[in-house]
Ligand binder design. Structure first.
Ligand code: C2E
Ligand code: CA
Ligand code: CA
Length: 669
């Protein structure tokens, strides 16, 4: 009984919180609803089979009216259940339905029992047997059709079997007693089997639920992972400062756009690289937060100009990438470049103050000028570097001329790698004149390279190429040896100026090599001046300074070359072990026409006097320039006005017995 009550309690609404129970109820309800119409049909047929042979032998109230009511109720319920098959019901409605079906079935069982008893009391033997068969068959049909609604089955079985068995046994009829007891036993067996079935169903539902829950949690985990992956992917592709796509995303896009074209009509592309001019200065002067704010404003300005059709990325530092996918003509690219450069020149208002910078851009077209993503980047970068050197603050589009230059450089690199440099490198000497005494005070040694395939290659080109290739040290050693060998034949009062590259200073091996050559040479070290450019020193001041101090320890002097072209700070000049300072040729070109330039040169000459440095002016070509410089108090001068760089023998001739500058200096007076 307690078991029965336990099962009955399962229908109760208060148990709905339990998910297993809810699912079990839903399953039971579905089976019940699906099978109910057929069950009612079976009841009706049973009833017709019972009454058909006897309908006139008993009062019509029992053979027609009451069965008629039963049939009407069955048909009504059958239709209702049929209509309910597809209708969705809430968990509460289902529990309520199962609960009320139990009491409805019990009421029906009692009604059926009473009606059967009344028929039975007419003591028509065949009818009595048929009534028993009818009752037991109806119960069997009921039990099988509602096997999953077990409490109802048990309750109905108890209601029908217990009173009927007691009644039949009490009649004293052996057949009735045997039949009823037999039925009771079979019914108990069936109920036991149904309990087993019911347990199996419950376990199945529990397992199904467990699996569903596991599946659900797996789906949830997968969704979470997917979201995290998406977020990571986004973070990995976004520049956190400007929220623009980053370098990685830029290259992925380039790769995708260029590989998409394989086997199809090629889609045109334009790739641009933009670099800010003067950004480092803003960072140094105003600090990094100001630099960051400037980058954010730059990215906003770029987006405002270029709109959403053009892809902008921040590649790192102050470098931005641009990808234009809508086909553009050269003029359009030029216009886009111009509008970016114009916009970047406008004042930026930062918290720290108003600043002004510029932007230089290199563009390249795909596929004409660069057929792969790697070449696109390299050539846009080349155009950018080219623009930085030749037209800072402007946009340059990579062209066939640039391609020729690159090809030449790669030829040069090939020859530099393969050729006998010892044989092909030579030195020329350009005199440095003391305009006070009108005598040559020394010579600057300048490298020359004559290659059988390439002919004469400019030192600006091959020195740069050797620096890029990492073999400049090898060239410097050869050149210094040759220069010292020639210089050892000069009069004792002349010094020799020799150019060093930044890469020489940053390589301890080269510095030691230079020292060793100086030590072995016949030319005294105190007559050697090593020239270094200011940009070279600024890149790694500490290391350059250490190398320079080592060279000074050997007795050599140091000159700062091309002064005024880089971003040198006066504090660096003061902290370096300098003996001389060479004012760059670019100041001299318009010294005669530009007062502003004259003021600058005068300031540098005064600075040298104050710091006790010898000042050498480079690139004097005109007598007028020389005369202005002399008035400014300048003492040492170098330039085509006196002489172009000369071969060793010609340099000796240039010195001559009388120092042939006398005539020229007279002309300059
Ligand atoms: P630099 O050290 O500034 O050398 C001076 C350059 O100006 C030389 O060009 C010289 O011929 C040129 N020059 C001198 N006077 C005048 C003038 O009145 N007008 C004009 N237009 N030019 C004048 P060069 O020989 O072509 O050398 C170019 C650069 O190559 C040098 O500039 C230097 O930076 C580099 N270089 C030359 N030889 C060496 C070397 O042995 N080692 C290293 N590391 N660099 C070298
Ligand atoms: Ca020089
Ligand atoms: Ca120079």
């Amino acid at each position: 009984m307690s078991l029965l009550l336990k099962y009955i309690s399962h229908f109760k609404i208060k148990d709905l919180g339990c998910e297993n129970q809810v699912t079990l109820n839903r399953e039971r309800h579905e089976v019940m609803t699906r099978q109910a119409p057929l069950m009612y049909a079976a009841f009706i047929i049973n009833m017709i089979a019972l009454l058909y042979p006897h309908w006139d032998n008993v009062p019509h109230i029992l053979s027609l009216l009451i069965p008629g009511i039963f049939v009407t109720v069955f048909i009504h319920h059958g239709f209702m259940e049929y209509n309910n098959i597809k209708r969705h019901k809430s968990d509460e409605q289902i529990a309520q339905k199962l609960y009320s079906s139990m009491w409805e079935s019990s009421a029906f069982a009692i009604a059926l029992l009473v009606w059967s008893y009344l028929l039975f009391s007419y003591e028509i033997p065949m009818l009595q047997i048929q009534i028993m068969i009818f009752l037991y068959m109806t119960l069997t049909v009921f039990a099988f059709f509602l096997m999953y609604v077990l409490p109802t089955v048990v309750l109905v079985s108890v209601i029908i079997l217990v009173p009927s068995t007691i009644y039949l046994v009490m009649t004293g009829d052996v057949v009735f007693s045997a039949l009823s007891l037999n039925t009771m036993f079979i019914a108990l067996t069936v109920i036991f089997l149904l309990f087993n079935q019911y347990e199996i169903l419950t376990n199945l539902i529990n397992q199904k639920l467990k699996l569903t829950r596991q599946k659900q949690s797996l789906v949830e985990q997968a969704t979470k992972l997917e979201i995290m992956n998406d977020q990571n992917l986004q973070l990995a592709n976004i520049d956190t400062l400007t929220a623009l796509p980053n370098r990685r995303s830029f290259f992925a896009q380039l790769e995708q756009l260029t590989s998409k074209n394989t086997g199809r009509p090629t889609q045109k592309l334009v790739v641009g690289l933009m670099d800010l001019d003067g950004f480092k200065r803003i960072n140094d002067v105003f600090g990094h937060p100001a630099g960051d704010a400037l980058l954010v404003k730059t990215s906003q300005r770029l987006q405002d100009i270029l709109g959403t059709d053009i892809n902008i990325s921040r590649l790192g530092g102050d470098e931005f990438g641009i990808i234009i996918t809508n086909s553009c003509q050269i003029d359009d690219i030029q216009n886009i470049g111009q509008s970016i450069c114009d916009a970047m020149r406008q004042v930026f208002h930062l918290k720290e103050g108003s600043v002004q910078i510029a932007a230089t851009i290199g563009f390249v077209e795909y596929p004409q000028m660069a057929p792969t993503s790697q070449l696109l980047f390299e050539r846009a970068d080349y155009a950018l570097c080219y623009s930085k050197q030749h037209s800072k603050g402007q946009a340059v589009i990579f062209s066939t001329e640039h391609e020729t230059i690159i090809r030449n450089i790669s030829n040069i690199e090939h020859q530099l790698r393969e050729t006998d440099l010892e044989q092909e490198l030579s030195i020329v000497f350009q005199p440095i004149i003391d305009v006070q005494t009108n005598k040559t005070s020394g010579f600057e040694a300048l490298a020359r390279w004559e290659n059988p395939t390439l002919g004469q290659v400019s030192p600006d080109v091959f020195i740069g190429a050797a620096e890029q290739m990492g073999i400049i040290g090898k060239l410097t050693i050869i050149l210094l040896r040759k220069a010292l060998k020639a210089a050892s034949q000069w009069p004792d009062d002349l010094y020799m100026s020799f150019n060093l590259s930044i890469y020489d200073l940053s390589s301890p091996q080269t510095v030691l090599g230079l020292i060793s050559i100086v030590e072995k040479s016949d030319f005294p070290s105190h007559r050697i001046v090593f020239e270094i450019t200011e940009t070279a020193v600024m890149n790694d001041f500490k290391q350059a300074n250490e190398a320079l101090n080592l060279l000074k320890l050997q007795g050599a002097q140091i000159a700062l070359d091309d002064f005024g072209t880089g971003y040198s700070s006066l504090s660096y000049v003061q902290r370096m072990p300098l003996d001389r300072l060479k004012i760059d040729r670019s100041f001299i070109t318009d010294i005669a026409s530009d007062k502003h330039t004259r003021n600058i040169v005068q300031t540098i000459i005064d600075l040298c006097n104050n710091l006790n440095l010898d000042c050498i002016i480079e690139g004097v070509e005109e007598p007028e320039q020389l005369s202005i410089l002399k008035q400014m108090g300048c003492r040492y001068v170098q330039g085509y006005y006196f002489s172009k760089p000369l071969h060793h023998e010609d340099a000796l001739k240039f010195l001559g017995p009388k120092q042939n500058i006398n005539n020229k200096s007279a002309a300059a007076k």
